[in-house]
Ligand binder design. Structure first.
Ligand SMILES: NC(=O)c1ccc[n+]([C@@H]2O[C@H](COP(=O)([O-])OP(=O)(O)OC[C@H]3O[C@@H](n4cnc5c(N)ncnc54)[C@H](O)[C@@H]3O)[C@@H](O)[C@H]2O)c1
Length: 442
C-alpha cells in the first residue's frame, strides 16, 4: 500500500492552554518541571519532545535534528496551565504535599508560577473513587449539569488566558472499573445515558466529552474508560479531534514491554511472571480500593498476552501464570518499588529466572510523558489528524487502536512508529531499516 500524502501542519503560533484534570503528584510535577526548564533551573529529562533527536535520510547523511526543531511543536514559553481538582490546593501546595520534588531547589524557586495554578472545582462523584474526600467539587448532581459546567470552565479559561489552542489530559485518580456497555454504543445512547444519570457514565467520560464538544484533544493518563468508549471514539473521529490513551507507561509495565519482546525475539519460553509493587502516594491510596485496582489490573495484565501471542506460540507461551499486585505502603510516598520474578525456559525446556527490582519515582517518570502527550496531540490537531493517535502508543500501557486491531506494546516498535509518523508529517522518507543501499556499491 502506498503512503498517504503528508498533511500540511499549521504553525504553533500563540498560546497553548494545557488543562489537566487532577492537580496531584503527576500534574504538579509536570507543571513544576516545565516552569523550571523555562527558567534554566532544570532539565526535561525523559521527554522525547525536549531531548530527543530524529534521524532523517541515510545513516551516511548525518542528519539528526532535535525533534522540536524538526516538527513545529508549541514552545514551553507558550504554555498556560489550567486544572481541576477535588481539593482546592494550588500547584504550589499540591507539589509540596506530593513530596516528589525537593522544596528548596524545585518548588520555592518557581513558587510564583505554581501559586498561579489554582484548580477549578471538580466534576466528581465519590462512587468512582471512594478513597477521596475532597470538597472542592461542583455543587451539581446531574451528569448533564456537570458536562455543561465543564464546558463553561473550558471556554472561560480559553477566554481569560487568551489561548489560541487547548489540550486536555487526564491526570486524575483512576476511577472504578467500567466496561463499555449500552450507554457507550453511539452518541445517541451516550446522550440519553447522560440525561438518565446512568452510572456507567463516569466523571472522566464527561470531561472527555466536554473536551471533544469544545474541539479540544483529549489524552488519558489513567486506565479508566474515557475516549475508548465507542461513542466518544466515533465522535472524535467524526469531528477530527485527536484522542489518545490510556494509562501512562512508566515503571513496571515499561520494563515489561522491553523484556517480553526480548524473550519473544529470542524464542525463549515463559512460565510465570509475578509483579508486585509498593506505593505510598494518593494514587496508591485510591488504588487500594478493589474496584479501582481492578481498572489498573486489567490495563497491566493485557500487555503480556498481546506481546507474546500465546495462540501462535503455544509451546512457549501457552501456559503463563501472570500476576500483578500493588500494595499501598505510605512510608515510601511517590517512590514506588517494583519487583518482578520472571520464570523463563530455554533450549530443551531448561528453566531460568530473571529478577527485576526497580526503585523508581512514579511522577518523575510520568511528568515527561504527560508533557510529550500534550505537545504531540496539539501537533496532531494542527496537522489535521483526528481520532485515535496510534503513534502515541509509546506512552501508554493500554494503547488505543482501531477496533479489531491488536495494540503494539513493544517499546521500540512504538518508538519507530512515532518517529515515522513525524517523518511522514514533514514529508521525509520513512526509515525501514532495510539498508540494502549501503551494500550496493561494495
Ligand atoms: N505516576 C505514574 O507513574 C502513573 C503511571 C500510570 C498512570 N498513572 C495515573 O495517573 C493518575 C494521576 O496520578 P497521581 O500520582 O498524580 O495521583 P494523585 O492522587 O496525586 O492525583 C490525582 C488527583 O486527581 C484528583 N481527582 C480525582 N478525581 C477527580 C475528578 N473527577 N476531577 C478532578 N480531579 C480529580 C484527586 O483529588 C488528586 O488530587 C492516576 O490515575 C494514576 O493511576 C500514574
Amino acid at each position: 500500500m502506498s503512503t498517504p500524502p503528508s498533511p500540511t501542519v499549521a504553525p504553533a503560533s500563540g498560546r497553548l492552554g494545557v488543562l489537566t484534570v487532577g492537580l496531584g503528584a503527576v500534574a504538579s510535577t509536570l507543571i513544576a518541571g516545565v516552569e523550571l526548564t523555562k527558567r534554566g533551573l532544570g532539565k526535561p529529562i525523559g521527554s522525547l519532545t525536549q531531548m530527543g533527536t530524529i534521524r532523517l535520510g541515510k545513516r551516511t547523511e548525518d542528519r539528526s535534528p532535535l525533534i522540536n526543531e524538526f516538527v513545529p511543536l508549541a514552545a514551553l514559553e507558550d504554555i498556560v496551565w489550567g486544572a481541576w481538582d477535588v481539593y482546592p490546593d494550588d500547584a504550589y501546595v499540591s507539589a509540596s504535599r506530593a513530596g516528589v520534588l525537593e522544596s528548596g531547589k524545585h518548588i520555592e524557586a518557581i513558587s510564583d508560577a505554581l501559586r498561579e495554578v489554582r484548580p477549578m472545582q471538580a466534576a466528581f462523584e465519590r462512587k468512582y473513587a471512594r478513597n477521596l474526600d475532597g470538597e472542592h467539587v461542583k455543587p451539581i448532581s446531574s451528569k448533564r449539569g456537570m458536562l455543561n459546567a465543564i464546558r463553561e470552565d473550558i471556554n472561560r479559561f480559553r477566554e481569560e488566558k487568551q489561548c489560541d489552542r487547548l489540550v486536555m489530559i487526564w491526570c486524575a485518580s483512576t476511577e472504578i472499573f467500567i466496561e463499555p456497555g449500552r450507554a457507550h454504543i453511539d452518541l445517541e445512547s451516550f446522550e440519553k445515558a447522560i440525561d438518565a444519570d446512568d452510572e456507567t457514565v463516569s466523571p472522566c467520560q464527561l470531561y472527555a466529552y466536554a473536551a471533544l464538544l469544545e474541539g479540544v484533544p483529549f489524552n488519558n493518563g489513567a486506565p479508566n474508560l474515557a475516549v475508548d468508549a465507542p461513542a466518544l471514539r466515533m465522535f472524535a473521529t467524526e469531528k477530527d479531534i485527536p484522542i489518545s490513551g490510556k494509562d501512562f507507561k512508566t515503571g513496571q509495565t515499561l520494563m515489561k514491554t522491553v523484556l517480553a519482546p526480548m524473550l519473544k525475539a529470542r524464542m525463549l519460553g515463559l512460565s510465570g511472571w509475578y509483579s508486585t509493587n509498593i506505593l505510598g502516594n494518593r494514587d496508591g491510596e485510591v488504588l487500594d480500593a478493589p474496584e479501582n485496582f481492578k481498572t489498573k489490573e486489567e490495563s497491566k495484565l493485557g500487555v503480556l498476552e498481546d506481546i507474546l501471542q500465546p495462540a501462535k506460540y503455544p509451546d512457549l507461551y501457552g501456559d503463563v501464570f501472570h500476576k500483578v499486585q500493588i500494595n499501598y505502603y505510605p512510608p515510601r510516598g511517590d517512590n514506588k518499588e517494583g519487583w518482578d520474578n520472571i520464570d523463563i525456559t530455554g533450549w530443551l525446556g531448561y528453566p531460568m529466572q530473571i529478577k527485576v527490582n526497580f526503585l523508581c519515582r512514579d511522577s518523575i517518570l510520568a511528568a515527561p510523558l504527560a508533557l510529550d502527550l500534550v505537545l504531540f496531540s496539539d501537533l496532531a490537531q494542527r496537522a489535521g489528524l483526528g481520532g485515535i493517535q496510534e503513534w502515541l502508543s509509546f506512552y501508554y500501557k493500554s494503547p488505543q487502536v482501531a477496533p479489531g486491531l491488536y495494540p503494539e506494546h513493544d517499546l521500540f516498535i512504538q518508538l519507530t512508529k512515532l518517529k515515522n509518523t513525524l517523518r511522514w508529517m514533514m514529508g521525509e522518507d520513512q526509515i525501514t531499516h532495510l539498508g540494502r543501499e549501503y551494500y550496493e556499491e561494495i
